[in-house]
Design a protein around this ligand. Structure first.
Ligand code: MG
Length: 267
């Protein structure tokens, strides 16, 4: 009887040891999300629209995309305006007053939008998120000012939950994170691995497609770290298919209608 007890104990202990020594189950990879569409500079490839115009935002809202991206600069006299390039004609936005640009018309005849006019349109449709790119400014001081004024305007229009911040400036990203700890903030630069983005406390990477093609492991690494992944600017069907297959969270595109159709067809 005593022997039987010892044999059972030995089997039990041995089993425990065996269980402890057995290799861990392979880490289950984090589930791939359904890719969402971000319209790059709005949905402007439509009759009568233009990049970064109010109509491009309205078009994106009507299409029902996840987000509409736009670019923001701060003028010398502290007015935030929506435009991609640093210059309009020969005028450098950062070095001009808003009054000096008041007569500027976009290619479709719309006025140069202020950020405030843009946010007012954004507020009319809560479903389309506003993907707010702050351009890198000439000094950290101006960038800090631009970030602070941006956040204040977003809060004034009660859009904190609808705006996501992106920037090529890591400094600007960190400013947004500091000012709004709960905000979604993505870095555009493409030069930092996901672990570094995690270390800075950002939401995710928003990288050029060539960067992610060259570093495909960054997609899995980002996902394992709980970071989100956006990729730009993906316009060709073959590239769209590739990144949908990778399971990126967002694709930023000049062809939001075509990308929506492709994603819908896969559902
Ligand atoms: Mg942009």
């Amino acid at each position: 009887m005593k022997n039987c007890f010892l044999i059972l104990m030995a089997l039990f202990v041995g089993g425990r040891i065996h269980a402890a020594e057995s290799p861990e189950k392979p880490m289950t990879s984090v589930a791939k999300p359904v890719t969402q569409v971000v319209a790059h500079r709005g949905f402007w490839k439509t009759a009568g629209s233009a990049q970064n115009s109010l109509s491009s935002l309205r078009n994106a809202q009507e299409l029902g995309v996840y987000g509409s991206e736009f670019d923001v600069w701060l003028t010398k006299d502290d007015v935030l305006v929506v435009n991609h390039d640093a210059k309009i004609g020969k005028t450098i936005i950062e070095e001009a007053t808003f009054a000096e640009m008041a007569a500027v018309l976009l290619s479709n005849g719309e006025k140069l939008p202020t950020l405030e006019s843009y946010l007012k349109i954004g507020a009319k449709n809560k479903k389309t998120r506003l993907v707010f790119e702050l351009k890198p400014h000439k000094s950290k001081e101006r960038e800090r000012r631009a970030a602070a004024l941006s956040v204040a305007l977003v809060e004034k229009h009660k859009l904190s939950g609808q705006v996501e911040y992106i920037s090529f400036s890591l400094h600007a990203c960190k400013e947004f994170r500091r000012l709004v700890p709960s905000a979604q903030v993505y870095y555009l630069g493409g030069d930092l691995p996901p672990a570094e983005i995690k270390r800075h406390g950002l939401t995710g990477i928003d990288y050029k497609m060539g960067v992610l093609r060259k570093n495909p492991k960054w997609i899995d690494e980002a996902r394992e770290l709980g970071l989100k992944i956006n990729v730009w600017t993906v316009n060709k069907p073959a590239d769209m298919r590739y990144f949908i297959g990778c399971g990126v969270d967002f694709i930023t595109t000049d062809e939001p209608g075509k990308l929506c159709a492709m994603i819908d067809a896969k559902k």
